[in-house]
Design a protein around this ligand. Sequence first.
Ligand SMILES: O=C[C@H](O)COP(=O)(O)O
Length: 245
Amino acid sequence: MARKVLAGNWKMHKTRGEARAFVEAFLPLIEPLAADRLVILCGPYTCLDILSANAGPYAVGAQNVHWENSGAYTGEIAPVMLTELGVLYAIVGHSERRQYFNETDATVNRRLKAAQAHDLTPILCVGESEALRLAGQTESHIRFQLDHDLKDIDLDRLIVAYEPIWAIGTGKTCAPVEANRIIGLIREHVGQANLPVLYGGSCNPGNIDAIMAQDKIDGVLVGGASLEVQSFARIVNFEAVAVTS
Ligand SMILES: O=C[C@H](O)COP(=O)(O)O
């Protein structure tokens, strides 16, 4: 049985001390972890060793990864620097990277390849802006991203996250039924029946059960609500409920 993925993306939050305090308080709330769940904590680079020291009930992820293993790339992080710290996953192509740091589908593709070459499982983020959604271009935009980002990528070692940009950090969650529909389209377009596809965008303790009740959603990528211990623990401990409509 494929495990449900509950991934927290701390973005540029938490000092080392704060990360240590989070883990100490978090572990008792999620252990013993149900066998059908995989928890991933994607902290800032400066916290990865702290997260790794306590890994087991959860796995450690990074928020990006470069395509070279060394070189004159100021501010970047190499795959081997992450694996040396026990990192197993790396978010690639997050909309904040695309929006603020000029990530393109070409660089996203290079990062995905490098991650896989070094046994990091990438979590590729795709999703449309509000303008694209209003223009009726959600599906075509996502298909374009997938076609370019996933060129020559091993589809057996990949997680995709559908993150509508208009739902990120806004409190405007995509309706679970609609997220389920888009996630179904993503899996179909990629052509990999067992591809894990997550939803991301204003997930919180109040909506997690409804999101996880959808049949095509394999988990969530959580930003703001993963920063607070009780909140992320409630998300990890989501209650599986049957879809009624
Ligand atoms: O990577 C996480 C997403 O950007 C979602 O962030 P959010 O849960 O704060 O909306």
